[in-house]
Design a protein around this ligand. Structure first.
Ligand code: HEC
Length: 162
């Protein structure tokens, strides 16, 4: 009888460890993910101009003056990441910065992060947390003027969990 109880306890503890491992792996209780936080934000704040019908970034770059009035597509993880990593390295950060990284005016997409300052600040912070500590870099892939191109070390900071 005692052996049975012991066996049950061992089996139960294996199950508990297994379940908590699964919960941790699925990201519950940790930081924002694309699925939990960023995708819903993009759908609510950006997709009217950067949604399903918007041209993929390389198509968008072929447009002439129309590029000023049409936005490129950003509403899936790979579309979105092309404005973080490549080819549009840092475009997301340059356009959404509130002026604190650039030392100048906010980027021209910052206004869309929320209807008031509080919502904009909160959503910007969520994106920064999601990208990862040290990942908010405005550099392009190649150097421009005095600004160096992005480094491997800076790129390594990008976490952006799916
Ligand atoms: C009302 C329409 C509209 C909304 C809403 C909007 N955008 Fe844009 N966005 C544009 C247009 C048009 C362009 C292209 C013109 C330009 O470069 O400013 C653009 C350009 C961009 C670019 C630059 C792409 C590149 O490669 O240079 C980024 C990044 C961007 N938007 C991000 C966002 C994000 C993130 C949101 C939501 C928080 C958002 N935008 C909301 C219209 C919009």
């Amino acid at each position: 009888m005692k052996k049975k109880v012991l066996l049950l306890a061992v089996v139960a503890s294996f199950i508990i460890v297994g379940i908590s491992g699964l919960v941790m792996a699925s990201g519950h209780g940790s930081g924002p993910t694309w699925r939990s936080a960023i995708s819903p934000m993009v759908d609510a704040k950006c997709a009217m101009c950067h949604g399903d019908h918007a041209p993929e970034v390389n198509e968008w770059k072929l447009l002439g003056d129309e590029r000023r009035t049409v936005g490129p597509r950003m509403n899936t993880y790979p579309h979105f990441m092309s404005f973080v990593v490549w080819p549009e390295t840092g475009a997301l950060m340059r356009r959404l910065d509130d002026g604190s990284a650039s030392g100048g005016d906010p980027g021209n997409m910052y206004q869309y992060l929320g209807s008031d300052n509080q919502e904009r600040t909160k959503n910007l912070q969520t994106i920064k947390t999601w990208l990862g500590e040290g990942a908010w870099n405005l550099n392009r892939f190649d150097a421009r003027g005095d600004t160096p191109g992005i480094s491997k070390e800076q790129l390594t900071k990008i976490k952006a969990p799916y």
